[in-house]
Design a protein around this ligand. Structure first.
Ligand SMILES: [Zn+2]
Ligand SMILES: [Zn+2]
Length: 194
C-alpha cells in the first residue's frame, strides 16, 4: 500500500508534450520528523512552496522554491536559534517502464536510451501518475545545513563548571577548586599561626 502524503504531487493535469511547464502553489503542513538532531522544521507550521513541473522526454523535471525556517539551539550556549533556509531545488523524475503506458506518444529516436527500471533512483520516479516531493525537499532543507549551528559566529558558549553563559557572567568569573588535602594542610597552618 502506498502511503499518501500531501507532498505527493499528481501529474494528471500535466501536459505530456516535451517542454510543457506548469506552476502551482502548494501549502504544506509540516508533520513530525522533519529535522536533524540539532535543527528541525516546527511541526504544525505551514510552508508555502512554489512547484514548477516541466515535461521532458524521460519524465518530468520538478522545481521547488520557498523559504523555510529551521529551529534549534546553539551548540555552544544552547540558546534557541532559527536558521533561514532558501529552498531552490530541482530534480528529474523518471518515467518507469510500468508508467510508460500513460504517455500518449513516445518519440522513436528515444528508444535506444530506454533505462531499465532497476537502474533508476527509486526516490525520483513517477509512480501512479504522481511524484513524491519528500526526498527533494529533505535534500533541499537538510542537504547543506550545518550540524553545528551557532547563535553567532563568535559565541563563547558556557562555563564548563556551572553552565553560565560567558556573555552573562561577571568579568573574571571563575571557580576555585581547593584540593581537600591542601585544605586540611591549610587549616593546620591556620592553627599554628593562631
Ligand atoms: Zn551561542
Ligand atoms: Zn562557572
Amino acid at each position: 500500500m502506498t502511503e499518501k502524503t500531501d507532498l505527493r504531487l499528481s501529474l494528471r493535469d500535466q501536459p505530456r508534450r516535451t517542454g510543457s511547464r506548469t506552476e502551482r502553489e502548494v501549502t504544506w503542513q509540516v508533520p513530525e520528523g522533519w529535522g536533524t538532531h540539532v535543527l528541525a522544521l516546527t511541526p504544525g507550521t505551514t510552508l508555502p512552496l512554489t512547484v514548477a513541473v516541466t515535461s521532458v522526454d524521460e519524465g518530468v523535471y520538478v522545481e521547488v522554491q520557498g523559504n523555510a525556517e529551521l529551529a534549534g539551539e546553539c551548540v555552544r550556549c544552547l540558546d534557541p536559534i532559527t536558521v533561514p533556509v532558501e529552498i531552490n531545488a530541482g530534480e528529474l523524475y523518471m518515467q518507469t517502464a510500468s508508467s510508460n503506458r500513460s504517455r500518449t506518444r513516445k518519440s522513436d529516436e528515444r528508444e535506444d536510451v530506454e533505462v531499465e527500471g532497476d537502474q533508476l533512483d527509486p526516490d525520483y520516479l513517477i509512480e501512479q501518475d504522481s511524484v513524491d516531493l519528500e526526498p527533494l525537499l529533505r535534500d533541499a532543507l537538510f542537504g547543506d545545513v550545518t550540524l553545528q549551528p551557532l547563535c553567532s559566529e563568535d559565541c563563547e558558549g558556557m562555563c564548563e563548571h556551572c553552565g553560565i553563559r560567558w556573555r552573562d557572567a561577571e568579568p573574571g568569573h571563575s571557580h576555585e577548586f581547593i584540593d581537600p588535602r591542601f585544605a586540611s594542610l591549610q587549616s593546620l597552618l591556620d592553627e599554628d599561626n593562631g
